[in-house]
Ligand binder design. Structure first.
Ligand code: GLA
Length: 416
């Protein structure tokens, strides 16, 4: 037998025989989409004064109803995810996690069944440390027992936070927990806050390992309800893009945190900006807003099919910021269709300028690195500027204007 062949078959055999330590759960092949309570509802536990807003089974049931009735589910939003403050302050006599009995009187399995009966998926929150960030029981001494409990409750997605934990132990601890989740045999999307806490302590997270063991991971600070917070996260992702981008792909994603569209802090233009950049970043689309009272124009942003299609592009390549000057930024993401060596692209033109006049752009596609000789079909993803929509050669000039703190978001499809 040829020596080289012999060697490679041996490697293959070893790979088959060695139990793999990585996640490989076949989940999250596209960035997860759904709804998560934290940013909007935080830790409201006072159901007497805030019956509509408190963290209770009623809230999640209502969200499930609205996702279906208002068309969100049809657009791809499928996970209903409970965040912190669902737990009772102590475990039961057998050490099991239990929900707050007053706010979740029917129990978690019942809620899970309800969400599943709507054709949706069910997500929960825990913490790798001794306590969650809001002081409820953490998982640290119960990793296996809790994994089994989550599987028993038929959880489909688990966000594992990292408050009150030793960040140096996370490199081993998060993979260990992932293993227990896998061993339950239930497919559970595994969201890790591991790098966010390590970056917070100026450590350099081992992203190769994180991408191997988690389906998605929070890299950075929590999003708050403001343009300032949004831009702070966007700037951070741009500054770290060479580190972050190589780890993103089908099954494993960087997570810049929830969508705050529809809340109090962002204007209409700024909301479009978040949707566009989250699509460029191949970010999970986890809405955290009151879907019951959301204004129609914000709902339209969240349900924009063309932008969701960019976000969910099957190549799963995370985009990058390619230009930044005088308050103007350009972001691009390679997407399908691909022809020969040429990609199609999503392109976001961002203005952070606050001088009131929409900022005029005159660009060519080749300025942005798009050289396919047959040109590109341009689509305006927010459908605002009909003049933009046609075929452009790489050298033709494209003209448009971007509103203050807003975005123009286009896709350029290979024209063949
Ligand atoms: C941390 C997380 C948030 C949220 C809260 C809950 O701050 O980063 O996303 O889960 O904890 O306490």
């Amino acid at each position: 037998m040829n020596k080289k062949l012999e060697f490679s078959s041996l490697i293959l055999l070893l790979q088959i025989m060695t139990p793999t330590n990585s996640l490989h759960n076949g989940l999250a092949l596209r960035p997860p989409m759904g709804w998560m309570s934290w940013e909007r509802y935080r830790c409201i536990t006072d159901c007497e004064n805030y019956p509509e807003e408190c963290i209770s089974e009623t809230l999640y049931r209502k969200v499930a109803d609205i996702l279906v009735d208002e068309g969100y589910k049809n657009k791809g939003y499928e996970y209903v995810i409970i965040d912190d403050c669902w737990l009772s302050k102590s475990r039961d006599e057998n050490g099991n996690l239990q929900p707050d009995p007053e706010r979740f009187p029917s129990g978690i399995k019942n809620l899970s069944d309800y969400i599943h009966s709507k054709g949706l998926k069910f997500g929960m929150y825990e913490d790798y440390g001794t306590k969650t960030c809001e002081g409820y029981p953490g998982m640290i001494d119960y990793l296996k027992q809790d994994s089994n409990k989550f599987a028993e409750w038929e959880v489909d997605y688990l966000k594992v936070d990292g408050c009150n934990a030793d960040t140096r132990k996370m490199d081993k601890g998060y993979p260990e927990l992932g293993r227990y989740l896998n061993e339950t045999g239930r497919p559970i999307v595994y969201s890790c806050s591991w790098p966010a806490y390590q970056e917070g302590e100026d450590m350099s997270p081992d992203y190769a390992s994180i991408a191997k063991h988690c389906n998605l991971w929070r890299n950075y600070d929590d999003i708050q309800d403001s343009y300032y917070s949004l831009m702070n996260i966007i700037d951070h992702f741009a500054s770290q893009q060479e580190v972050y981008i190589p780890n993103a792909g089908p099954g494993h994603w960087n997570d810049p945190d929830m969508l705050i569209i529809g809340n109090f802090g962002l204007s209409y233009e700024q909301s479009k900006l978040q949707m566009a950049i989250w699509a460029i970043l191949a970010a999970p689309l986890l809405m955290s807003t009151d879907l019951n009272s959301i204004r129609p124009e914000y709902k339209d942003i969240l349900q924009n099919e063309d932008i969701i299609a960019v976000n969910q592009d099957p190549l799963g390549i995370q985009g990058r910021r390619i230009f930044k000057k005088l308050g103007i930024q350009v972001w691009t993401r390679p997407i399908t269709p691909v022809y020969q060596t040429y990609y199609s692209y999503a392109i976001a033109f961002v203005s952070r300028r606050q001088d009131g006049v929409p900022y005029p752009f005159n660009v060519t596609l080749q300025d942005l690195g798009l050289y396919y000789p047959g040109g590109y079909k341009i689509t305006d993803l927010f459908k605002e500027d009909p003049a933009l929509v046609r075929v452009y050669k790489p050298e033709s000039i494209i003209k448009f204007r971007v509103k203050p703190t807003g975005v123009v978001f286009i896709r350029a499809d290979i024209n063949n």
